[in-house]
Design a protein around this ligand. Structure first.
Ligand SMILES: Cc1cc2nc3c(=O)[nH]c(=O)nc-3n(C[C@H](O)[C@H](O)[C@H](O)COP(=O)(O)OP(=O)(O)OC[C@H]3O[C@@H](n4cnc5c(N)ncnc54)[C@H](O)[C@@H]3O)c2cc1C
Length: 442
């Protein structure tokens, strides 16, 4: 079927709510394809909070597709090699050895370098060799890069200080009701489709489903910090997960200059200032070398609650949801925006398919069904298990009870098994082009 001529395109503009990572990636993929996009963002600037920094294998093909993989490296992005789970330090009452494990010893781990560095991935009708190791770049940097690509290279637009407070649609299109700036002057912005990429408290999701966001909030607290500390001195790997019911934490490289993301467990329901005042004691207790505040430099500090939730549908007519607006999971294992980026890649395939005359609107229903199915069968159970693993009540016996860690241990000497294990999460992806009219005819 020939592509529609410009005047016969089935739609003319996609409205995206939220200039976070999912909204920016969607705007980038669509505008790179020639589809006009307009982002409505409540804030006056990109969000500077320390959140995602590590993006797993399923997200990587979207970086290649967006043409930013090399630019990420130019902006200080890294590729992680070694990742391991470690036993904790003794609590103080126990003498080393009595707990039955070596303090901070490795339970199991892997180096993705040998098996994930060059993997053939099918994308956009061709095969391409990609580096599927976990990529790392602080979200603020990645957002800035995507914003520049969207606005300076592909002509996408962003309206800052445009808070969406309502959404509507009819047969002709969809629109957002917006409050602009401090005056909260009301206005309506129209497009053909509205995509809610407006995060956990999504106004677009609320417009569709009210307070309904099925799932649960963990009775646990985490603190995310960006901290300079010389983990290399202690022989630590690029990413380390320390198992303990109270003092669980993650230390993962953020930059090549010694900055690490240290995310640790805390007691729920304390105030921000209580968490801040407890932090030096916490680091002294949990980190290798029992550091004092003069031994490290913490440049970001943010408490977070964790949730497992999924919206009832990701599409109602001309209104769509993606990433945190659609689903939430805890950050252990970095499946949050990794899954969100995969949504965005799928939605791009659907919307560009409609734009090119290769698919009809029904494909958006498939988007909703398949992305929900992937969240429920893969992202939700795996991310839940990731948190249970790191916060296990008995770190000393976790390996005996944990099929995944046992397989990883076997993978230390079996590269075929290791690749199979590390490629497992790629199942989160779904190829929506198989629903194009001409699929299978080439
Ligand atoms: C501590 C921590 C660490 C994490 N680490 C990882 C990791 O390593 N890897 C990973 O994959 N995931 C990780 N995550 C999850 C990841 O950060 C989120 O999944 C991701 O930020 C969600 O992106 P988003 O674009 O969907 O939403 P957001 O990042 O929340 O962006 C939403 C945007 O929409 C705007 N907005 C909101 N409401 C409105 C409105 N009404 N009108 C207009 N604009 C609006 C906001 O201002 C914001 O700019 C982590 C999360 C936390 C808390």
């Amino acid at each position: 079927m020939p592509e529609p001529t410009p005047e016969k395109r089935p739609f003319s503009k996609i409205l995206i709510v939220g200039a976070g990572p999912s909204g920016l990636l969607l705007a980038l993929l669509l505008s790179k394809h020639g589809i006009p996009t307009h982002i409505l963002e409540a804030a006056s600037h990109l969000d500077p909070q320390p959140r995602a920094a590590h993006y797993g294998a399923p997200a990587i093909p979207e970086f290649y597709r967006a043409g930013i993989i090399e630019k990420m490296a130019e902006r200080g992005g890294l590729v992680l090699g070694g990742m391991c789970w470690r036993y904790p330090q003794a609590d103080g009452e126990e003498e080393e050895g009595k707990a039955g494990y070596e303090e901070h010893g490795i339970v199991a781990g892997f180096d993705a370098g040998q098996v994930m560095r060059e993997v053939e991935v099918e994308l956009d009708g061709g095969k391409k060799k990609m580096d599927l190791r976990t990529h790392c770049l602080a979200l603020q940097e990645l957002d800035q890069l995507m914003l520049e690509e969207v606005t300076e290279r592909y002509g996408g637009t962003v309206a800052w200080e445009h808070r969406v407070v309502g959404v509507g649609q009819d047969d002709e299109g969809a629109w957002c009701e917006v409050e602009v700036g401090e005056s909260k002057e009301k206005k309506v912005v129209r497009g053909d489709y509205v995509v809610g990429c407006d995060g956990a408290n999504s106004a677009v999701r609320r417009a569709l489903f009210g307070e309904e966001f099925p799932g649960f909030t963990w009775d646990a607290q985490i603190i995310a910090t960006n901290t300079y500390y010389p983990f290399e001195k202690y022989g630590w790997w690029d990413a380390n997960f320390i198992i303990h019911p109270e003092h669980f934490f993650m230390a993962a490289k953020l930059t090549s200059t010694g900055l690490y993301r240290i995310t640790y467990g805390e007691t729920p329901n304390l105030t921000h200032s209580q968490y801040l005042s407890r932090q030096p004691h916490k680091f002294h207790t949990i980190l290798p070398g029992h550091p004092l505040p003069s031994d490290y430099q913490t440049i970001n500090f943010s408490p977070y609650r964790m949730h497992q939730r999924c919206a009832p549908k990701f599409r109602v007519g001309r209104v769509l949801l993606a990433a945190d607006a659609a689903h939430l999971c805890n950050p252990w294992g970095g499946l949050g925006i990794t899954g969100g980026f995969v949504d965005v890649g799928g939605l791009y395939e659907c919307l560009s398919g409609i734009w090119d005359g290769k698919a009809d609107e029904g494909i958006l229903e498939v988007y909703s069904e398949k992305r929900i199915e992937k969240w429920k069968t893969i992202i939700d159970p795996i991310s839940q298990e990731n948190f249970r693993r790191v916060s296990d009540r008995e770190p000393g016996t976790r390996l005996e009870r944990d099929g995944f860690l046992q397989l990883l241990k076997r993978g230390e000497t079996d590269q075929v098994l290791l690749k199979e294990l590390l490629m497992g999460p790629m199942e989160v992806r779904y190829d929506f082009t198989q629903h194009y009219h001409d699929a299978g005819k080439k």
